[in-house]
Write a new protein. Structure first.
Length: 333
């Protein structure tokens, strides 16, 4: 599977209209974006947003991204600093989420923002998601469409497997092009901070800003979703290794363990974009073989490698739920 395939199959106008009607009634729609599939609901409705938190089993202190139709819709929600404006000009629509100061008359409801004075906004670059936002006529709150703490979904089947009857409709446009969640950047005061590495590399952002992104103090959880254990398959992970034993599966990169019997290679040619596209799907596939361990080959941290290694480290971290409570292996958190 390559990152640059043919264009995704698009749902029909009727499919989009039916899904928009579900949104307007306060329901939940699984919808593809260029990063991962989202679980979308009306971002202006506390009741609809409550359904997202319940379906994902996500703690309500962890705010959601509001997806907007265009720049004007984003401006209606928040105050953009000059840096935020530059980044939106350069990268929207696309895999960048901007955390900015919410306007007092923002229509994105407080529960979507977990009560914060800021709001996370994204103008996604996917025709199906764009059509759904337009048809619903309002911003859509959409976290990744997995149960909290689990591997993010990059196909409609992943969404159905994880959420089953808790999602009212799933729009299917095949596999997500990027396969890693959006990069989250906070522009709240002078400093521009990287809250979550993702599908847009740090280097491209720093290029536009002309300065380095400020990191986040580890003691300060600004993006509550950036918890240590996250994106976890059932099997434990051993990272940065080229040694495997019996009963162990191998997630390879650039053909470092060519003879492993149970092996998927994120990118035989060592291409980080292709590896990002394949990461979550391959973790799920290897997990289905119920290995004792998934051994992961070393992956460089340049470009999209920063986000890839971030997700792998979270997947390998000691297992706790998003609210910090221990969870049993194999149990959704
Ligand atoms: O690519 C993506 O970003 C996908 C697609 C569906 O758009 N969405 C996604 O959403 O990954 P989610 O909910 O899984 O991650 C959103 C992250 C969380 O870590 C949350 O804590 C952070 O955004 N976030 C949301 N609002 C915030 C705010 N006001 N301040 C800081 N972090 C915020
Ligand atoms: Mg997520």
């Amino acid at each position: 599977m390559s990152a640059s395939g043919s264009p995704p199959p698009l749902p029909s106008v009727d499919d989009i209209e039916r899904a928009a009607a579900v949104i307007r009634r306060g329901g939940l729609v699984g919808v593809p974006t260029e990063t991962v599939y989202g679980l979308a609901a009306d971002a202006t409705s506390d009741a609809a947003v409550a359904r997202i938190y319940a379906a994902k089993r996500r703690p309500t202190f962890n705010p959601l991204i509001a997806h907007v139709a265009d720049r004007a819709a984003a401006d209606a929600q928040a105050h953009f600093t000059p840096a935020a404006r530059r980044l939106a000009d350069a990268f929207w629509p696309g895999p960048l989420t901007l955390v900015v100061r919410a306007r007092t008359d923002a229509s994105v409801c407080l529960s979507a923002r977990a009560g914060l004075g800021s709001v996370a906004l994204r103008w996604p670059d996917h025709p199906t998601m764009q059509a759904l936002i337009a048809a619903a006529g309002r911003p859509l709150a959409a976290p990744s469409a997995n149960r909290s703490g689990r591997v993010s979904p990059v196909s409609a089947a992943h969404v159905r497997d994880d959420l089953g009857p808790d999602v009212d409709v799933v729009l299917d446009s095949g596999l997500c092009r990027i396969g890693l969640e959006s990069t989250i950047v906070a522009c709240l005061d002078g400093a521009v901070r990287l809250l979550r590495p993702g599908g847009l590399s740090r280097a491209r952002i720093e290029d536009v800003l002309g300065t380095e992104l400020v990191g986040v103090d580890a003691t300060e959880i600004i993006a509550p979703g950036a918890l240590r254990s996250h994106y976890a398959p059932n099997a434990p992970l051993r990272l940065g290794s080229v040694d495997y034993g019996k009963g162990e599966a191998v997630l390879d990169f650039g053909g470092q363990m060519p003879n492993a019997p149970c092996r998927l290679d994120l990118s035989p040619t060592g291409d980080l974009t292709e590896a990002g596209h394949n990461l979550f799907a391959y973790l799920r596939q290897l997990d289905e073989a119920k290995p004792q361990i998934i051994v992961v080959a070393p992956i460089p941290s340049t470009g999209l490698g920063e986000a890839l290694n971030d997700r792998l480290q979270r997947a390998a971290a000691p297992r706790t739920g998003e609210d910090g409570t221990p969870r049993e292996r194999g149990m959704p958190s």
